[in-house]
Design a binder for this molecule. Structure first.
Ligand SMILES: C[S@@+](CC[C@H](N)C(=O)[O-])C[C@H]1O[C@@H](n2cnc3c(N)ncnc32)[C@H](O)[C@@H]1O
Length: 311
């Protein structure tokens, strides 16, 4: 077996979520290095698994890693917001018993300097899919000052986004994430726990990979199709994503979807898709926090689809 380049986060909690699924299909929307998928295949011996990833390196690795499970596994390359639509058209939604998304970048993507994700990187790329048209170089070197202000404010939540955008415009072009972060460090807030350039990198990466759009698209498709008894488990790594998941699950759990100002209910009061299984997000236990630094910011939320009260 090859060395495993990524330790799955909240691995016990993910196994627990899907433990009672005896048959059918579980979709792993973020296959990565097959960590969660291989554990799910082991602990649920009669299920089939469909894995999605947009990164060919991750797919090649996981194909080998999961080959021992033969026909139980199929792997699809692409963005999950699109691929999940195709899967839910090909497969009877009743067959889908679980959907997992462990969003964000993998440790390998961060560690491989040539991918451009880290502030140490020698390139300015940050594409999860190396064939995607938009790279960090385009965002940083070609976006207008207004567009840069928008992504730094919305995706990095950086208070001095105007100053940062103007410094980027004055000092560009940049050829690497290292050069960009070094030039901006004097203007970035000093965090106690994180590198000063973390939020800058996050903002650019979210734009390059349309990460929030992808998450919203995924949740939208799941809502529209609402596979009858599926458990939907989403792991996120920053507050922007967690907020989207939390708010969407709350909407799914509501029976009445009339606007708050409506005088009386006119929607039929039958829109509830199931129930939220995690009132608060699940976070890593102390032993995992020690072993895997990445687990520090991981938050898991789970929703049980059950529109007809049959599950
Ligand atoms: C945190 S890693 C997943 C690790 C995996 N759970 C494991 O245990 O090995 C996230 C993976 O999801 C992929 N990914 C992120 N956003 C995606 C999207 N919108 N569509 C497809 N793959 C995506 C990344 O390329 C990366 O390989």
């Amino acid at each position: 077996m090859q060395d495993i380049p990524h330790i799955p986060v909240l691995y016990r909690e993910v196994i627990d979520v899907f433990q009672d699924i005896k048959e059918g299909i579980i979709i792993d929307c973020t296959l990565g290095y097959g960590g969660h998928s291989s554990m799910i295949l082991e602990s649920n011996p009669n299920i089939k698994l469909i894995g999605i990833d947009q990164d060919q390196t991750a797919i090649d690795f996981s194909k080998k890693r999961l080959s021992q499970y033969g026909q139980r596994v199929s792997i699809k390359k692409g963005r999950f917001s699109q691929v999940i639509k195709e899967i839910l058209q090909e497969v009877d939604p009743k067959e889908i018993k679980g959907i997992l998304a462990d969003i964000g970048v993998s440790s390998l993507q961060l560690d491989q300097k040539e991918r451009g994700f880290s502030f140490e990187s020698d390139t300015l790329d940050m594409r999860m899919d190396k064939d995607a048209p938009l790279s960090a170089s385009v965002v940083v070197n070609e976006y207008s000052q207004n567009e840069l202000e928008h992504i730094l404010k919305e995706y990095g939540e950086l208070r001095n986004y105007k100053k940062l955008a103007s410094v980027i415009v004055q000092k560009r072009p940049f050829v690497s994430s290292k050069e960009l972060s070094e030039a901006l460090i004097p203007y970035l807030p000093r965090g106690k726990k994180i590198h000063p350039a973390t939020l800058l990198m996050q903002a650019v990466r979210i734009e390059v990979n349309d990460e929030l759009g992808e998450l919203k698209g995924l949740l939208q498709t799941i809502k529209e199709v609402h596979p009858p008894c599926a458990k939907v488990a989403i792991i996120s790594f920053h507050s922007l994503e967690d907020r989207i998941v939390k708010q969407e699950f709350v909407k799914w759990s509501k029976s009445c979807i009339c606007p708050p100002e409506a005088f009386r209910c006119e929607c039929g009061n039958n829109h509830n898709l199931g129930k939220i299984l995690t009132r608060k997000p699940v976070t890593a236990q102390a032993d995992e926090l020690k072993q895997n630094a990445r687990s520090r910011s991981a938050k898991l939320r789970v929703f049980q689809m059950d529109k007809d009260n049959e599950c």
